[in-house]
Design a protein around this ligand. Structure first.
Ligand SMILES: [Zn+2]
Length: 92
């Protein structure tokens, strides 16, 4: 019996101008990467990202692009989520 858990992909959100990585967009493997799935880098100080708004570089407000996607295992994703939840609690 083989149970395949679909993986996720993470793409770095990188600035065209200064190369700063503002965060990552995490989405289902083979699926679209949406801004709603944006995960800020640890220590992110930019504006809150909402679906529909355009993502800009946190540091210089330059245009960003998505750099190579990496596949992440579900276990890693759980860790990322836990880290994000901890940060949201701190910010509240
Ligand atoms: Zn920049």
């Amino acid at each position: 019996m083989s149970t395949e858990i679909p993986g996720k992909v993470a793409a770095d959100v990188k600035c065209y101008f200064c190369g700063h990585v503002t965060g990552q967009i995490i989405g289902p493997q083979g699926g679209p990467l949406r801004i709603g799935n944006f995960v800020p880098r640890p220590g992110y100080k930019g504006p809150e990202i909402k679906p529909g708004m355009s993502l800009r570089c946190e540091r210089c407000h330059g245009p960003v692009f998505l750099e190579e996607t990496t596949v992440i295992a579900p276990a890693v994703e759980a860790k990322l989520r836990a880290r994000q939840a901890a940060r949201q609690q701190k910010a509240a």
